[in-house]
Design a protein around this ligand. Sequence first.
Ligand code: DQQ
Length: 475
Amino acid sequence: MSFWTELREKLAADPQRPRYHFLPPANWMNDPNGPLFWKGKYHIFYQHNPYAAFHGGSTGTIHWGHAFSEDLVYWKHLPVALAPTPDGPDKNGIFTGCAVDNSGVPTILYTGISPEVQCIATSNDDMITWKKHDRNPVIDSPPKDLEVTGFRDPCVWKEKDDWYMLIGSGIKGIGGTSLLYRSKDLIDWEYLHPLCIGDGKNTGDMWECPDFFPLGNKHVLLVSVWRRWWNFYFIGEYIDHKFQPRVQRNLDIGGCFYAAKSMADSRGRRILFGWILEGRSTSAQWASGWSGVLSLPRVLSLHEDNTLRMEPVTELKVLRGKHHQYKNLHVTTTSSSLLKDIQGDCLEIIAQFDPEDAKEFGLKVRCSPDGTEQTLIFYNSASKSLNVNRERSSLSPEVDRYEQGGPFELASDETLKLHIFMDRSVIEVFANAQACLTSRIYPSRTNSLGIGLFARGGSVKLKSMDIWEMRSIWE
Ligand code: DQQ
């Protein structure tokens, strides 16, 4: 059997590999790159090592993988879009960037390394093959008068006749920033100024993967904080090419969601994707032959309090199979049994709780019958936080066990709606469309499939719970 056939069979049989989240045919992926709605199709590129399940740093391993979808649910793989050119400015790797429609010419702007320089490539066959520009790199160094912590991940948009570009960066000793450039033709760029500068202590000293777009009557800046694995979003006013952030929040409180990037589609929606990181050792990733998953597409809109509303795209409903429903259950400290007629590792769950006096309440998922494996997804009313407890998620020594979560506050008398997508090792939670929490678990027992409800320090009422068994996107 050939190496690739053997790998494909191994991946198909892997019980941890998600079935309805996009991921490459094999090996490594990290950041989503250059999402673009082009001729009725959603295109997504991604950081990809096609040869093994590790990143490889600046050793020339990182390419741009490519796929498209007609509905944001079912994806088709396309050939690798960009590979390092030996002796070119990207010989050590094709890092993150964006894609734009330049009057009918799909154009990618990306970072070549090392050193970090900005490059451009175009396609004249509807994005199947790409030609790198002869004048690469189009920006060969950071602004001379700045001492920067990094210089990568261009994000480009058009205003009237001018193109604007943000480059992820940081000013040494001050904090993360996004550097703003302007161009008439995407080739010759003039440096303007930092769009805004963070405070290093709170928001980190290097902002990777900036993403900047209008939403309602505001603008949103997304940044990924280098080495901290957090994405912040800032909402504020964009006036005279300066951005004044008014609101700052964590885009995902789980800790397994990074390098978020968005696109606008023909329905006027702003759709967000992120890289779902692994929660297992690097040796476990190498041995499995795959690493990294794309998040489900999230629709962003502006909440009345100027924070983000985040919801899964409604197209995902086509994946719903068998339906189970529960209503009006009173959950107390002693109700610990698992639900009888439902179990699974690929489920969509919508649970609505009316909090009573419980200090903590929520769901237990991926439970083995004897409880040796189980994962808790819960609200803590004392610390006002949403969390995933992975202490007993797996018997394997190779996985992360620490709790994940962060601030999320219910108003008094507010119902908690947890919209949960479980896809084998992936958990994505949307709470009241206001907070998202992405986590990873790797149960080791084949019978860790049970679901239950729990309350601690009081009781809670489950108003309703709908569960669907989810189909695979690849069959
Ligand atoms: N990943 C890319 C960089 C980016 C980082 C390299 C963020 O371009 O800054 O794979 O995860």
